[in-house]
Design a protein around this ligand. Structure first.
Ligand code: MG
Length: 374
Protein backbone atom coordinates (compact mmCIF):
# COMPACT_ATOMS: atom_id res chain seq x y z
CA UNK A 1 0.00 0.00 0.00
CA UNK A 2 1.02 3.62 -0.49
CA UNK A 3 0.10 5.86 2.43
CA UNK A 4 -1.64 9.05 1.32
CA UNK A 5 -1.80 10.75 4.70
CA UNK A 6 -1.38 10.33 8.44
CA UNK A 7 -3.57 12.47 10.73
CA UNK A 8 -2.84 12.90 14.43
CA UNK A 9 -5.63 13.77 16.87
CA UNK A 10 -4.88 14.69 20.47
CA UNK A 11 -7.99 14.21 22.60
CA UNK A 12 -8.99 14.18 26.28
CA UNK A 13 -11.64 11.75 27.50
CA UNK A 14 -13.23 11.99 30.94
CA UNK A 15 -12.78 8.87 33.13
CA UNK A 16 -15.76 7.53 35.10
CA UNK A 17 -13.60 7.57 38.26
CA UNK A 18 -10.03 8.63 39.03
CA UNK A 19 -7.47 5.88 38.39
CA UNK A 20 -4.59 5.85 40.86
CA UNK A 21 -1.42 3.74 40.60
CA UNK A 22 1.87 3.87 42.48
CA UNK A 23 3.07 6.49 39.95
CA UNK A 24 0.10 8.72 39.07
CA UNK A 25 -3.53 9.67 39.65
CA UNK A 26 -5.48 10.20 36.42
CA UNK A 27 -8.90 11.83 36.10
CA UNK A 28 -8.81 12.25 32.32
CA UNK A 29 -7.37 10.05 29.60
CA UNK A 30 -5.36 12.26 27.27
CA UNK A 31 -4.35 10.29 24.20
CA UNK A 32 -3.11 10.42 20.66
CA UNK A 33 -5.14 8.87 17.85
CA UNK A 34 -3.57 7.97 14.53
CA UNK A 35 -5.67 7.94 11.36
CA UNK A 36 -4.05 6.71 8.13
CA UNK A 37 -5.46 6.88 4.61
CA UNK A 38 -4.40 4.72 1.69
CA UNK A 39 -5.89 4.53 -1.80
CA UNK A 40 -7.91 1.49 -0.69
CA UNK A 41 -8.91 2.01 2.94
CA UNK A 42 -8.54 3.99 6.15
CA UNK A 43 -7.19 2.80 9.45
CA UNK A 44 -7.35 4.04 13.03
CA UNK A 45 -5.24 3.28 16.07
CA UNK A 46 -4.44 4.81 19.42
CA UNK A 47 -1.07 5.43 21.02
CA UNK A 48 -1.03 4.11 24.60
CA UNK A 49 1.46 6.71 25.88
CA UNK A 50 0.12 8.67 28.84
CA UNK A 51 -0.08 12.44 29.09
CA UNK A 52 3.18 12.62 31.07
CA UNK A 53 6.33 10.42 31.10
CA UNK A 54 5.33 8.68 34.37
CA UNK A 55 4.62 5.07 33.38
CA UNK A 56 7.26 5.06 30.66
CA UNK A 57 9.60 7.56 29.04
CA UNK A 58 7.07 8.06 26.24
CA UNK A 59 4.25 10.60 26.58
CA UNK A 60 1.57 12.05 24.32
CA UNK A 61 3.32 15.17 23.06
CA UNK A 62 6.62 13.30 22.73
CA UNK A 63 4.96 10.56 20.67
CA UNK A 64 3.31 13.20 18.50
CA UNK A 65 6.64 14.90 17.97
CA UNK A 66 8.57 11.76 17.01
CA UNK A 67 5.80 10.70 14.63
CA UNK A 68 5.67 14.11 12.94
CA UNK A 69 9.42 14.57 12.71
CA UNK A 70 10.74 11.08 12.02
CA UNK A 71 8.34 8.15 11.77
CA UNK A 72 5.58 9.55 9.55
CA UNK A 73 7.95 11.06 6.96
CA UNK A 74 9.71 7.68 6.63
CA UNK A 75 6.40 5.89 6.03
CA UNK A 76 4.94 8.56 3.73
CA UNK A 77 7.90 8.48 1.38
CA UNK A 78 7.98 4.66 1.16
CA UNK A 79 6.37 3.17 -1.93
CA UNK A 80 5.00 0.06 -0.22
CA UNK A 81 3.85 0.17 3.40
CA UNK A 82 2.23 -2.74 5.22
CA UNK A 83 2.03 -3.61 8.90
CA UNK A 84 4.93 -6.00 8.28
CA UNK A 85 7.15 -3.22 6.89
CA UNK A 86 6.39 -0.50 9.46
CA UNK A 87 8.93 -2.02 11.89
CA UNK A 88 11.80 -2.20 9.37
CA UNK A 89 10.99 1.25 7.92
CA UNK A 90 11.06 2.89 11.37
CA UNK A 91 13.90 0.84 12.91
CA UNK A 92 16.32 3.75 12.40
CA UNK A 93 14.58 5.52 15.32
CA UNK A 94 15.76 4.20 18.69
CA UNK A 95 12.98 3.24 21.10
CA UNK A 96 9.64 5.12 20.89
CA UNK A 97 7.86 1.79 20.77
CA UNK A 98 4.45 3.20 21.69
CA UNK A 99 4.58 5.67 18.81
CA UNK A 100 5.71 2.95 16.40
CA UNK A 101 3.04 0.56 17.67
CA UNK A 102 0.30 3.11 16.98
CA UNK A 103 1.47 3.57 13.39
CA UNK A 104 1.77 -0.18 12.84
CA UNK A 105 -1.74 -0.76 14.22
CA UNK A 106 -3.28 1.99 12.07
CA UNK A 107 -1.60 0.58 8.95
CA UNK A 108 -2.72 -2.93 9.91
CA UNK A 109 -6.29 -1.71 10.39
CA UNK A 110 -6.31 -0.17 6.90
CA UNK A 111 -4.65 -3.22 5.35
CA UNK A 112 -7.14 -5.64 6.92
CA UNK A 113 -10.16 -3.47 6.05
CA UNK A 114 -8.98 -3.48 2.44
CA UNK A 115 -8.76 -7.27 2.42
CA UNK A 116 -11.83 -7.98 4.60
CA UNK A 117 -9.89 -9.74 7.37
CA UNK A 118 -10.36 -9.15 11.11
CA UNK A 119 -7.53 -8.46 13.58
CA UNK A 120 -8.34 -11.78 15.25
CA UNK A 121 -8.16 -13.65 11.96
CA UNK A 122 -4.83 -12.02 11.12
CA UNK A 123 -3.22 -12.45 14.55
CA UNK A 124 -4.34 -16.07 15.01
CA UNK A 125 -7.33 -15.92 17.38
CA UNK A 126 -8.66 -19.33 18.40
CA UNK A 127 -11.69 -18.27 20.46
CA UNK A 128 -14.74 -16.03 20.02
CA UNK A 129 -14.83 -14.80 23.63
CA UNK A 130 -12.06 -13.81 26.04
CA UNK A 131 -12.04 -13.83 29.85
CA UNK A 132 -11.86 -10.38 31.39
CA UNK A 133 -10.28 -9.10 34.53
CA UNK A 134 -10.36 -5.63 35.97
CA UNK A 135 -7.57 -3.45 37.31
CA UNK A 136 -8.50 -1.66 40.55
CA UNK A 137 -6.61 1.51 41.38
CA UNK A 138 -5.31 2.56 44.78
CA UNK A 139 -8.28 3.79 46.83
CA UNK A 140 -8.48 6.61 49.37
CA UNK A 141 -9.57 4.04 52.01
CA UNK A 142 -10.51 0.36 52.46
CA UNK A 143 -14.29 0.90 52.39
CA UNK A 144 -14.06 2.63 49.02
CA UNK A 145 -11.85 -0.19 47.71
CA UNK A 146 -14.22 -2.92 48.87
CA UNK A 147 -17.24 -1.10 47.39
CA UNK A 148 -15.47 -0.82 44.05
CA UNK A 149 -14.36 -4.46 44.04
CA UNK A 150 -17.88 -5.63 44.99
CA UNK A 151 -19.26 -3.74 42.04
CA UNK A 152 -16.83 -5.44 39.64
CA UNK A 153 -17.58 -8.88 41.08
CA UNK A 154 -21.30 -8.21 40.59
CA UNK A 155 -20.61 -7.18 36.98
CA UNK A 156 -19.09 -10.61 36.38
CA UNK A 157 -15.35 -9.93 36.05
CA UNK A 158 -13.35 -13.15 36.28
CA UNK A 159 -10.27 -11.73 37.95
CA UNK A 160 -9.44 -8.81 40.22
CA UNK A 161 -6.10 -7.01 40.06
CA UNK A 162 -5.17 -4.59 42.81
CA UNK A 163 -2.67 -1.81 42.34
CA UNK A 164 -0.32 -1.80 45.33
CA UNK A 165 2.51 0.35 46.67
CA UNK A 166 4.46 0.48 49.94
CA UNK A 167 1.90 1.24 52.65
CA UNK A 168 -0.99 -0.08 50.53
CA UNK A 169 -0.41 -3.78 50.09
CA UNK A 170 -0.96 -6.45 52.78
CA UNK A 171 -4.09 -4.97 54.36
CA UNK A 172 -6.00 -4.25 51.14
CA UNK A 173 -5.02 -7.66 49.73
CA UNK A 174 -6.21 -9.35 52.95
CA UNK A 175 -9.49 -7.40 52.91
CA UNK A 176 -10.22 -8.12 49.25
CA UNK A 177 -9.35 -11.82 49.62
CA UNK A 178 -11.82 -11.98 52.54
CA UNK A 179 -14.46 -10.24 50.43
CA UNK A 180 -14.17 -12.34 47.26
CA UNK A 181 -13.43 -15.70 48.87
CA UNK A 182 -10.50 -18.06 48.47
CA UNK A 183 -11.12 -19.19 44.89
CA UNK A 184 -11.60 -16.06 42.78
CA UNK A 185 -8.53 -15.06 40.79
CA UNK A 186 -6.71 -12.19 42.53
CA UNK A 187 -3.38 -10.60 41.59
CA UNK A 188 -1.42 -7.45 42.41
CA UNK A 189 0.55 -4.89 40.40
CA UNK A 190 3.22 -2.68 41.98
CA UNK A 191 4.30 -0.71 38.91
CA UNK A 192 7.96 -0.70 40.06
CA UNK A 193 7.22 0.82 43.50
CA UNK A 194 9.41 -1.54 45.61
CA UNK A 195 13.13 -2.21 46.06
CA UNK A 196 15.33 -5.21 46.89
CA UNK A 197 14.97 -4.38 50.60
CA UNK A 198 11.26 -5.28 50.32
CA UNK A 199 11.71 -8.93 49.28
CA UNK A 200 10.88 -10.36 52.72
CA UNK A 201 7.89 -8.02 53.01
CA UNK A 202 6.54 -9.12 49.60
CA UNK A 203 6.85 -12.73 50.78
CA UNK A 204 4.07 -11.92 53.24
CA UNK A 205 1.69 -11.89 50.25
CA UNK A 206 2.17 -15.66 49.80
CA UNK A 207 -0.71 -16.75 52.07
CA UNK A 208 -3.25 -14.90 49.91
CA UNK A 209 -3.05 -17.35 46.99
CA UNK A 210 -2.38 -14.65 44.41
CA UNK A 211 -2.19 -15.52 40.71
CA UNK A 212 0.91 -13.34 40.50
CA UNK A 213 2.72 -10.21 41.61
CA UNK A 214 3.41 -7.86 38.74
CA UNK A 215 6.55 -5.75 38.29
CA UNK A 216 7.55 -4.88 41.85
CA UNK A 217 10.95 -3.44 40.86
CA UNK A 218 12.25 -0.91 38.37
CA UNK A 219 12.11 -2.09 34.76
CA UNK A 220 15.87 -2.33 34.14
CA UNK A 221 16.38 -4.50 37.23
CA UNK A 222 15.91 -8.09 36.10
CA UNK A 223 18.29 -9.41 38.80
CA UNK A 224 16.10 -8.36 41.74
CA UNK A 225 13.08 -9.98 40.11
CA UNK A 226 15.14 -13.20 39.89
CA UNK A 227 15.93 -12.91 43.61
CA UNK A 228 12.26 -12.33 44.46
CA UNK A 229 11.08 -15.25 42.32
CA UNK A 230 13.49 -17.51 44.24
CA UNK A 231 12.39 -16.14 47.63
CA UNK A 232 8.59 -16.24 47.43
CA UNK A 233 5.89 -18.65 46.30
CA UNK A 234 3.71 -16.13 44.47
CA UNK A 235 4.57 -16.20 40.75
CA UNK A 236 6.42 -13.10 39.53
CA UNK A 237 5.12 -11.45 36.34
CA UNK A 238 6.96 -8.79 34.38
CA UNK A 239 5.21 -5.91 32.63
CA UNK A 240 7.30 -2.73 32.24
CA UNK A 241 10.55 -4.73 31.80
CA UNK A 242 9.32 -6.64 28.75
CA UNK A 243 9.92 -4.33 25.80
CA UNK A 244 10.82 -6.93 23.16
CA UNK A 245 10.92 -10.64 22.43
CA UNK A 246 14.67 -10.60 23.20
CA UNK A 247 14.13 -9.19 26.68
CA UNK A 248 11.30 -11.68 27.24
CA UNK A 249 13.59 -14.61 26.38
CA UNK A 250 16.33 -13.31 28.67
CA UNK A 251 13.89 -12.80 31.58
CA UNK A 252 12.40 -16.27 31.15
CA UNK A 253 15.77 -17.99 30.91
CA UNK A 254 17.07 -16.17 34.00
CA UNK A 255 13.98 -17.11 36.01
CA UNK A 256 12.85 -13.53 36.55
CA UNK A 257 9.31 -14.13 35.37
CA UNK A 258 7.01 -17.13 35.15
CA UNK A 259 4.08 -15.19 33.64
CA UNK A 260 4.23 -12.31 31.14
CA UNK A 261 1.91 -9.35 30.67
CA UNK A 262 1.87 -8.45 26.96
CA UNK A 263 1.02 -4.86 26.08
CA UNK A 264 1.28 -4.17 22.34
CA UNK A 265 2.15 -0.50 22.85
CA UNK A 266 4.99 -1.26 25.24
CA UNK A 267 6.62 -3.82 22.92
CA UNK A 268 6.30 -1.85 19.68
CA UNK A 269 3.16 -3.37 18.18
CA UNK A 270 0.92 -6.36 17.59
CA UNK A 271 3.46 -8.21 15.46
CA UNK A 272 6.06 -8.17 18.26
CA UNK A 273 3.26 -9.13 20.68
CA UNK A 274 2.59 -12.26 18.64
CA UNK A 275 6.32 -13.07 18.61
CA UNK A 276 6.42 -12.77 22.43
CA UNK A 277 3.26 -14.88 22.67
CA UNK A 278 4.82 -17.60 20.51
CA UNK A 279 8.03 -17.54 22.58
CA UNK A 280 6.03 -17.87 25.80
CA UNK A 281 3.97 -20.76 24.41
CA UNK A 282 7.20 -22.54 23.47
CA UNK A 283 8.50 -22.04 27.04
CA UNK A 284 5.13 -22.88 28.66
CA UNK A 285 4.93 -19.40 30.17
CA UNK A 286 1.32 -18.19 30.44
CA UNK A 287 0.57 -14.72 29.09
CA UNK A 288 -2.24 -12.21 29.51
CA UNK A 289 -3.08 -8.92 27.85
CA UNK A 290 -2.39 -5.79 29.85
CA UNK A 291 -4.25 -2.53 29.53
CA UNK A 292 -3.37 1.14 29.20
CA UNK A 293 -6.82 2.68 29.67
CA UNK A 294 -7.52 2.08 26.00
CA UNK A 295 -10.56 3.46 24.25
CA UNK A 296 -12.60 1.09 22.11
CA UNK A 297 -10.08 1.61 19.30
CA UNK A 298 -7.18 -0.03 21.12
CA UNK A 299 -9.44 -2.29 23.17
CA UNK A 300 -10.79 -3.94 20.00
CA UNK A 301 -7.30 -4.92 18.89
CA UNK A 302 -6.33 -6.05 22.40
CA UNK A 303 -9.38 -8.30 22.69
CA UNK A 304 -8.40 -9.89 19.36
CA UNK A 305 -4.85 -10.46 20.64
CA UNK A 306 -6.18 -11.96 23.88
CA UNK A 307 -7.95 -14.62 21.79
CA UNK A 308 -4.60 -16.25 20.90
CA UNK A 309 -4.07 -19.67 22.53
CA UNK A 310 -1.30 -18.66 24.97
CA UNK A 311 -3.49 -16.04 26.67
CA UNK A 312 -4.71 -18.42 29.34
CA UNK A 313 -5.14 -15.84 32.11
CA UNK A 314 -7.84 -13.13 32.07
CA UNK A 315 -6.52 -9.80 30.81
CA UNK A 316 -7.07 -6.17 31.77
CA UNK A 317 -9.40 -6.13 28.76
CA UNK A 318 -12.34 -4.69 30.70
CA UNK A 319 -15.61 -3.34 29.36
CA UNK A 320 -15.62 0.25 28.05
CA UNK A 321 -17.73 1.29 31.06
CA UNK A 322 -14.83 0.47 33.42
CA UNK A 323 -13.16 3.67 32.26
CA UNK A 324 -15.51 5.71 30.08
CA UNK A 325 -19.16 6.78 30.22
CA UNK A 326 -19.03 7.16 26.46
CA UNK A 327 -16.51 5.29 24.30
CA UNK A 328 -14.90 6.59 21.12
CA UNK A 329 -16.42 3.81 18.99
CA UNK A 330 -19.92 2.99 17.83
CA UNK A 331 -19.63 -0.50 19.34
CA UNK A 332 -18.61 -0.04 22.99
CA UNK A 333 -17.33 -3.18 24.71
CA UNK A 334 -19.97 -4.72 27.00
CA UNK A 335 -19.48 -7.83 29.16
CA UNK A 336 -21.40 -10.89 28.04
CA UNK A 337 -24.16 -12.57 30.02
CA UNK A 338 -25.07 -16.16 30.87
CA UNK A 339 -22.24 -18.49 29.93
CA UNK A 340 -20.32 -15.46 28.66
CA UNK A 341 -20.53 -13.49 31.90
CA UNK A 342 -17.19 -11.80 32.51
CA UNK A 343 -16.17 -12.17 28.88
CA UNK A 344 -15.91 -9.89 25.86
CA UNK A 345 -16.73 -10.98 22.33
CA UNK A 346 -13.81 -10.86 19.89
CA UNK A 347 -14.73 -8.42 17.09
CA UNK A 348 -15.22 -10.15 13.75
CA UNK A 349 -15.55 -7.28 11.26
CA UNK A 350 -12.69 -6.23 8.96
CA UNK A 351 -9.75 -4.56 10.71
CA UNK A 352 -10.44 -3.80 14.36
CA UNK A 353 -14.14 -4.31 13.62
CA UNK A 354 -15.12 -1.05 15.33
CA UNK A 355 -16.14 2.31 13.88
CA UNK A 356 -14.55 5.45 15.30
CA UNK A 357 -17.00 8.17 16.36
CA UNK A 358 -15.42 11.12 14.60
CA UNK A 359 -17.97 13.43 16.24
CA UNK A 360 -16.45 12.61 19.65
CA UNK A 361 -12.91 12.88 18.28
CA UNK A 362 -13.83 16.46 17.28
CA UNK A 363 -15.70 17.24 20.52
CA UNK A 364 -12.85 16.04 22.74
CA UNK A 365 -9.99 17.49 20.68
CA UNK A 366 -7.35 19.30 22.72
CA UNK A 367 -5.67 20.86 19.69
CA UNK A 368 -6.42 21.05 15.98
CA UNK A 369 -5.61 17.76 14.20
CA UNK A 370 -2.40 17.61 12.18
CA UNK A 371 -2.35 15.93 8.76
CA UNK A 372 0.95 14.81 7.24
CA UNK A 373 1.24 13.94 3.55
CA UNK A 374 3.95 12.38 1.42
MG1 MG B 1 1.28 -3.54 35.14
Amino acid sequence: MKLESITLHRVAMPLVRPFETSFARQTTRVLLLVHVRTSEAEGWAECVAMEGPLYSSEYVEGAEHVIRSYLAPALLKATDVTAETVGPLTAFVVGHRMAKAALEAAVLDAQLRASGVSFGGYLGAVTDWVDCGVSVGISPDLDTLLDEVSGYVDEGYRRIKLKIKPGWDLIPVYAVRELIGPDMLLQVDANTAYSAADIAHLGRLDPFNLVLIEQPFVEEDIATHVALARAIETPVCLDESIVSVGVALDAIERGATSVINIKPGRVGGYLESVRIHDLCVAHEVPVWCGGMLETGVGRAANVALAALPGFILPGDTSASSRYFAEDLVEEPFVLGTGEHAGQLAVPTGPGTGVTVREDLVRDWALVAPVTLRG
